[in-house]
Design a protein. Structure first.
Length: 215
């Protein structure tokens, strides 16, 4: 009988502890990367029209999606939403120009959408927000000329269908931290644009995007 009472007390203690343990910290926070993409089912971006739907949708690892065109779908360039609660999100690239607008909003194709944007190859936001991306070779869109990566419009002729660009995303707990808590890599691939400027292969409004790594 004594052993039964001890066993019963142990069960009661375990059940009681579950009421006081905060399980919210056991849930791993995740970096969510949601590019502005074509609706599911579209296989050729050249065939889109006014009825085609676009939306911000989370990427899955090793899943390639077709990004909305760099112009003509209500926004300039390749727009991506980044989300991470209570973290600093830093995005860098060697050959993709990044821009961030006021309040980290999407790069809307309006006069208001152009105001207050900053450009560079390394940008950060707190918690969540939108960034726009301009591949420096072959992209059609809006950018800021710089003396190193985009010295003139002629540099855009370096693009071609199949050209790849890498973007690195790191999340830090606090500004100035040395080690990231999340690191992810995105890959952009230039796609053929059959209608832009007579079908030249150097420039394009269309790109695919893939989350190639997440650690």
């Amino acid at each position: 009988m004594r052993y039964f009472i001890l066993f019963l007390c142990s069960i009661i203690c375990i059940i009681s502890l579950n009421f006081f343990i905060d399980t919210s910290e056991d849930v791993e926070r995740k970096l969510i990367i949601s590019p502005y993409v074509f609706e599911e089912g579209v296989t050729d971006p050249n065939e889109w029209d006014d009825n085609t739907q676009f939306s911000f949708e989370p990427l899955e690892l090793n899943e390639a999606r077709l990004m909305a065109p760099t112009s003509g779908a209500g926004m300039w360039n390749l727009n991506i939403l980044f989300e991470y609660e209570d973290g600093v999100i830093e995005v860098t690239s060697e050959d993709v120009q990044i821009s961030v607008g006021a309040n980290a909003r999407p790069f809307y194709d309006t006069e208001e959408g152009h105001k207050g944007r900053s450009y560079g190859y390394s940008k950060y936001i707190n918690d969540s927000g939108y960034m726009a991306f301009y591949p420096t070779g072959g992209c059609y869109g809006y950018h800021e000329i710089d003396d190193i990566k985009i010295p003139s419009l002629s540099s855009q002729e370096a693009g071609y269908p199949g050209k790849e660009y890498d973007i690195t995303v790191k999340v830090y707990k606090n500004p100035g931290d040395e080690w990231p808590i999340v690191t992810a890599t995105l890959k952009l691939v230039q796609l053929e644009d059959k209608k832009l400027w007579g079908g030249t292969s150097e420039q394009s409004r269309y790109y695919s995007i893939e989350l190639t790594s997440y650690e």
